[in-house]
Write a protein that binds this ligand. Structure first.
Ligand SMILES: O=c1ccn([C@@H]2O[C@H](COP(=O)(O)O)[C@@H](O)[C@H]2O)c(=O)[nH]1
Length: 489
């Protein structure tokens, strides 16, 4: 079982998202060890994981490193996963040794990493199956923002399950976002709804625990070092922290979806393109909801749909494309309509599409619209089922000398590939979107995900009955690529 699945399981079993930090301020390695063992003993019933910070052990030299190994083993003996907080980041060959030290020598289950040197500094850590990574996104120290302001949104996107790094790591990558910066947590969750967040900075650093947890919404682990180690009764301190986190998680302040998502939902519900009930999918699964973009045909609904695509595309950072390509048939009106909507919003791009039949008269050929050679192309489609259409389109584009830069779809069902049998809980969960993304080597993003849909239903913006919401939630838990969320809004 991977690190995040283990944290999830232990967190749920203990009903606690407290990560107890082990930062022993001690005069010797022996004293540091004794202190950590006491903390582990007292707080294990409240700790979904432990987080020793390497500095507090390295300061004691070789003996300190040995103690760190024994402290990690002691946490393991209590069944708790361990995050090694060492904020590593270096050129690939050195990062390889850092990864070996963290995951082999010390046997940590996860490590904190700096994104500053790019993917090749992170990659060696990703070679260890089952281990977790936490990438620094917005740190809790006061001046971090001066450096991170321009980078944190991109880091958050890269680490999302459909982001560049999230995809490469199969989702075993989380983010460090300080509890001291609620605006940063908001920003991160606006572009990344599914990564685990480690939110340090409560207690001694003065972070607003309630606001931070609410901003993170879900999949949040709150580390506390001094707030626990310096408390007169460490067990009570960890227990109180647990309760405050849970209270904030159980009563989150509703967070609206982005306006283009609400407009899209309004359109698909009004047109009947999104329905709730009992549907049999091509895969043989019975789904409590079904999306059929072919049912959006009234002019006002179509206009809203094109606008929602255009708004979503404009939100995607660093998307450099000059042609929108729509694979036949459903992609044909989409590419034309979205190109028009983008033009109205100030972004001029061309469109092209293919025909399925070969023409034997007139201009001939299978492609219509803008020339594709040497052009950067954004592929647009309604929903990815098996991903066949996307793969075929990508082959066609490559044959025409075009560069496929990304794929935009309306709905990402975020479910594992396969048939009606439930996937084994310990297997890596790969969705059709993930598989397509891997095969075509380009990002895939969507206007709406299943997680967004659930949030919409749960926020009661749409008056669905409780049974429908329960059924969609259960479907997500059974077939979703996203592990069961620790909290239901
Ligand atoms: O942004 C960050 C990243 C890591 N940390 C580390 O967490 C603990 C916090 O200690 P407290 O006593 O709970 O303040 C410490 O090891 C830091 O190095 C962080 O604070 N902020």
């Amino acid at each position: 079982m991977g690190f995040f699945a283990r944290v999830q399981e232990r967190g749920e079993a203990l009903d606690s998202w407290v990560c107890v930090g082990l930062d022993p301020r001690a005069a010797s390695a022996a004293e540091a060890e004794a202190m950590c063992l006491e903390i582990i003993e007292a707080t294990a019933p409240y700790a979904c994981c432990f987080k020793p910070n390497a500095a507090f052990f390295e300061v004691h030299g070789g003996e300190g490193i040995k103690v760190l190994g024994r402290v990690i083993a002691a946490a393991h003996a209590r069944g708790a996963p361990v995050i090694l907080d060492a904020k590593r980041g270096d050129v690939g060959s050195t990062a390889t040794m850092y990864a070996k030290a963290a995951f082999e020598t010390l046997d940590a289950d996860a490590a904190t990493l700096s994104p500053y040197l790019g993917w090749d500094a992170v990659e060696p850590f990703a070679h260890y199956p089952g281990k977790g990574l936490f990438v620094l996104c917005a740190t809790s120290n006061p001046s971090g923002v001066e450096v991170q302001r321009g980078l944190r949104r991109d880091v958050a996107r890269w680490c999302a399950s459909d982001g560049a790094w999230g995809t490469k790591t199969g989702g075993s990558i989380g983010l460090v976002v300080g509890a001291t910066d609620v605006a940063a947590l908001d920003l991160v969750r606006a572009v990344n709804r599914d990564s685990w967040i480690l939110a340090p900075g409560v207690g001694a650093q003065g972070g607003d625990l309630d606001a931070a947890v609410r901003a993170a919404r879900t999949r949040v682990i709150v580390p506390a070092s001094r707030a626990v180690s310096d408390a007169p009764d460490r067990a009570s301190a960890a227990c109180a922290l647990r309760d405050r986190i849970n209270a904030a998680l159980r009563f989150p302040v509703p967070r609206p979806l982005a306006p283009h998502q609400t407009a899209f939902l309004t359109c698909v519900l009004a047109s009947g393109a999104l329905r709730f009930g009992d549907f049999e999918l091509k895969s043989g699964r019975r789904s409590p909801y079904f999306f059929n973009a072919g049912l959006i045909f009234d002019g006002d609904h179509v206009a809203a749909l094109f606008d929602a695509y255009a708004d979503r595309i404009l939100l995607e950072p660093n998307l450099d494309f000059d042609v929108i390509f729509g694979p036949a048939y459903k992609g044909i009106p989409l590419c034309a309509g979205v190109a028009a909507a983008l033009a109205r919003k100030g972004r001029r791009v061309a469109f092209a599409y293919n025909r399925k039949e070969l023409k034997d008269h007139g201009e001939g050929g299978t492609l219509v619209g803008a020339p594709l050679e040497h052009r950067n192309v954004l592929l647009i489609d309604d929903v990815i089922s098996a991903g066949t259409a996307i793969r075929e389109a990508s082959t066609l584009l490559a044959a025409r000398g075009a560069r496929l830069v990304a794929v935009c779809v309306a709905l990402d069902r975020q479910e594992v590939t396969g048939g009606p049998d439930l996937p084994p809980p310990d297997q890596p969960r790969v969705s059709a979107v993930d598989a397509a993304r891997r095969d075509i080597n380009a990002p895939v993003f969507s206007i709406l995900t299943l997680a967004d849909l659930l949030q919409f239903l749960e926020d009661r913006q749409h008056h669905q009955d409780g049974d429908t919401i329960q059924a969609v939630r259960k479907y997500r838990d059974d077939y979703g690529i996203i592990l069961k969320l620790p909290t239901a809004a």
